[in-house]
Design a protein around this ligand. Structure first.
Ligand SMILES: Nc1ncnc2c1ncn2[C@@H]1O[C@H](COP(=O)(O)OP(=O)(O)OP(=O)(O)O)[C@@H](O)[C@H]1O
Ligand SMILES: [Mg+2]
Length: 292
């Protein structure tokens, strides 16, 4: 694999580009290293792209820039062909920590953004009432109808994250940005959430950008897996996932799935800088050991 290969930086020709990341740089104030250095990637409309890479390689920073929650210090971000530098209702984010409003019921949490929009625009209260239909549809999609009137603290972690996803979907975002959304869930719940989010992707036709530490999750969900490397944060390799668009759990045992998983894990190890850290540790422990 040629890791400088830019073949997969663009989705197949003749697809509509939804997100264009063009030579983006990010340097945090006071930092000596670029958190993102010359990052370019085109993401197609309705694509599901996953990001992996060693801790600190800039995955969250890039996602936050796409979401308009962070400013880039160089380059350009285009969404639907327009240059953007800030948040918009076309993009919604879901984080690892679901941060639901504890004083609102499940249903009210899901409808909350609509209530905010009603205050900030000239929407009438009947528009907001109509949103109740969508909230109920999302409750049903997420299997939460029976919990609509529960309080967040009465729900399991998986259920809370389903509420957070429903809340993000409430405003019909064209782009869903997810930062380790299932990182706090147990393995069984994650599996259920994987099939749920693939179902949501198919139904809502959103473009999904998904950051994870879990390579298996990245391959199972993604049409492409983008591997980033740290110091400076950059794109190392973009892998096309050699699986049909419709995924089933059995595919996780397919030889091509396992081969790609091994290849990505090896490459993360090679690019993480951890080897150098281990060598340094070994030197330090030798230096600290009393002479025999
Ligand atoms: N607000 C900030 N101020 C200064 N530096 C920051 C800030 N946020 C992130 N960084 C730095 O930018 C780099 C990229 O961080 P980022 O959180 O994007 O990495 P990540 O790939 O999401 O890591 P992880 O896998 O641990 O979540 C890191 O070196 C981090 O220390
Ligand atoms: Mg992160």
């Amino acid at each position: 694999m040629d890791h400088s290969n830019s073949l997969h930086l663009k989705p197949p020709a003749a697809t509509n580009i939804k997100i264009a990341v063009k030579r983006i740089f990010k340097r945090f104030d006071g930092s000596q290293v670029d958190a993102l250095q010359d990052v370019s990637l085109d993401i197609a409309d309705n694509e599901f792209v996953t990001f992996v890479g060693a801790s600190g390689c800039g995955k969250s920073t890039l996602l936050r820039i796409i979401g308009g929650l962070e400013y880039h210090t160089g380059g350009e971000l285009q969404v639907s062909g327009r240059t953007v530098a800030g948040p918009g209702i076309d993009r919604a984010m879901v984080f690892q920590h679901y941060s639901l409003y504890p004083w609102l019921s499940v249903r009210e949490n899901i409808k909350f953004c609509r209530r905010l929009q009603a205050h900030t625009t000239d929407r009438s209260s009947s528009d907001v009432e109509a949103a109740g239909g969508r909230a109920d549809a999302l409750l049903s999609l997420m299997g939460l109808t029976a919990n609509a009137d529960a309080w967040p603290n009465q729900l399991s972690g998986g259920m809370q994250q389903r509420v957070a996803i429903a809340r993000a979907l409430m405003g019909r975002p064209q782009i869903l940005l997810m930062d380790e959304p299932f990182g706090a869930l147990d393995a069984q719940t994650r599996e259920v959430m994987h099939d749920l989010i693939l179902h949501v992707h198919k139904l809502e036709k959103a473009t999904i950008v998904f950051v994870t530490h879990d390579v298996e999750e990245a391959i199972y969900l993604g049409q492409r897996v983008v591997l980033m490397a740290p110091r400076p944060g950059r794109i190392d390799t973009v892998y096309q996932v050699p699986l049909p668009k419709e995924r089933t759990q059995e595919m996780k045992h397919a030889p091509e799935f396992l081969a790609l998983k091994r290849e990505i894990l090896n490459r993360i190890r090679e690019t993480s800088g951890m080897k150098t850290d281990f060598e340094l540790l070994e030197k330090l422990s030798k230096a600290a050991a009393p002479a025999a």
